[in-house]
Design a protein around this ligand. Structure first.
Ligand code: NAD
Ligand code: DAU
Length: 352
């Protein structure tokens, strides 16, 4: 018997695929519907292992399409939404901001509206879980951490569209009483991440002996979390989080970009049997990202104290696992880097 029907949006993307996998495997009595528009970032190969599972289904649809969202709620008895679908890459948001406004703002509002209409105020057992980012809080100096009380100060088209989507979710809660919960997470890494983001892009370039384009001086700091730890946190908040609350998720694992890149270089030299230092020779300092946020760092103590979550993986283990995965899944990388990827890469990096 199905005890819960969860609509996961963006489940063919990086984090969404890990969330869907965790839910499908951990809860055989739940029905998990993966809804994704399959943009350049969505890839059914990310969830190929789940296709035959009886508690899993996939729907191709666009969250900005209200009629399509109404139909999903009419067809399936959805009681929970885990909303991850988004445009997610900062550099793309600088090149083409409007799609970020459309997907992240209009898409989130459309989904909220469809849920509200379907649930008709009968909110018992219902939940709209919005997955967001630490970038909504802006940029830190050398010290301090983002807490759930840090005022919003987004600076890129991506982060401001995510900040706006957070506000929309809270507005549907306060105005229409929609049961919502939110989480804001730091940088994720791990298998199935599209190679536009730093870690998979650099692993792929090292393997192919291509330049490693480090923005600015490489001194910006990010707080990295293994993606399966994020998925575990989402599972916990989904089941035990308090309605109306926000939880920050992070690994307490800050790295300056250049130091992280050197770890990847050294590990790749060892794993590929190349002379020590050869990958570091590929490092090329390029023009900085416009408006590049200096530092992100999450204070995840609320999640730890209220719900008992801590990251399970040390960074050294996580990054080694991640590199192994990309080296062992060459076909996956070839699949996502064929076709439009080359044009993207040329246009993003040729003038830096
Ligand atoms: P991703 O770009 O890998 O995946 C996004 C998914 O959304 C893709 O499968 C894509 O096809 C789908 N999608 C895009 N537009 C859609 C639309 N209009 N309708 C339906 N589906 C659509 O992103 P990700 O890195 O997995 O991030 C997932 C979520 O987590 C995002 O909301 C992002 O803001 C948030 N987040 C990401 C990170 C990170 O480090 N990657 C950290 C914190 C929060
Ligand atoms: O903090 C959470 C956010 O982390 C998520 O909300 C975003 O969806 C996700 O993309 C990520 O944003 P970042 O901009 O931090 O990630 P990215 O991998 O693009 O870049 C990480 C750092 O590396 C950043 O300081 C920019 C730098 N960088 C990135 C690329 C792609 C480079 O130096 N060179 C590059 O080629």
């Amino acid at each position: 018997m199905t005890t819960k029907t969860i609509l996961v949006t963006g489940g063919a993307g990086f984090i969404g695929s890990h969330v869907v996998r965790l839910l499908v495997n951990k809860y055989p009595d739940y029905s998990i519907i993966n809804l994704d528009a399959l943009t350049y970032a969505g890839n059914l190969a990310n969830v190929a292992d789940l296709e035959e599972e009886s508690n899993y289904s996939f729907v191709k649809a666009d969250i900005t399409d209200l009629e399509a969202m109404r139909k999903i709620f009419a067809v399936y008895p959805i009681d929970t939404v885990v909303h991850l679908a988004a445009e997610s890459h900062v550099d793309r948001s600088i090149e083409d901001p409007l799609i970020f406004v459309k997907t992240n703002l209009v898409g989130t509002a459309t989904l909220l509206q469809a849920a509200r209409e379907a649930w008709k105020g009968a909110h018992d057992g219902k939940l709209f879980y919005h997955v967001s980012t630490d970038e909504v809080y802006g940029s830190l100096g050398e010290t301090g951490f983002f807490t759930e009380e840090t005022p919003y100060d987004p600076r890129s088209p991506y982060s401001s569209s995510k900040a706006g989507s957070d506000h929309l979710v809270r507005a549907w809660h306060h105005t229409f009483d929609l049961p919502v919960v939110l989480s804001n997470c730091s940088n994720n890494y791990g298998p199935y991440q599209f190679p536009e983001k730093l870690i998979p892009l650099f692993i792929n370039n090292i393997r192919n002996e291509k330049p490693l384009p480090v923005y600015g001086k490489g001194v910006n700091v990010r707080d990295w979390l293994y993606v399966e730890d994020h998925a575990r946190a989402i599972d916990l908040i989904l089941h035990e989080g308090r309605v109306g609350e926000t939880y920050n998720i992070g690994g307490h694992n800050e790295w300056r970009n250049i130091d992280l890149i050197k770890v990847i270089c050294r590990t790749m030299d060892e794993k590929l049997g190349r002379p020590a230092g050869s990958s570091e020779e590929l490092i090329t300092y390029v023009t900085d990202r416009a408006g590049h946020d200096m530092r992100y760092a999450i204070d995840a103590s609320k999640l730890k104290e209220d719900l008992g979550w801590t990251p399970s993986l040390q960074f050294e283990e996580g990054i080694a696992k991640t590199i192994d995965w990309y080296l062992e899944n060459e076909e996956w990388m070839r699949g996502v880097t064929s076709g439009a990827y080359k044009d993207y890469y040329d246009s993003m990096y040729k003038n830096r």
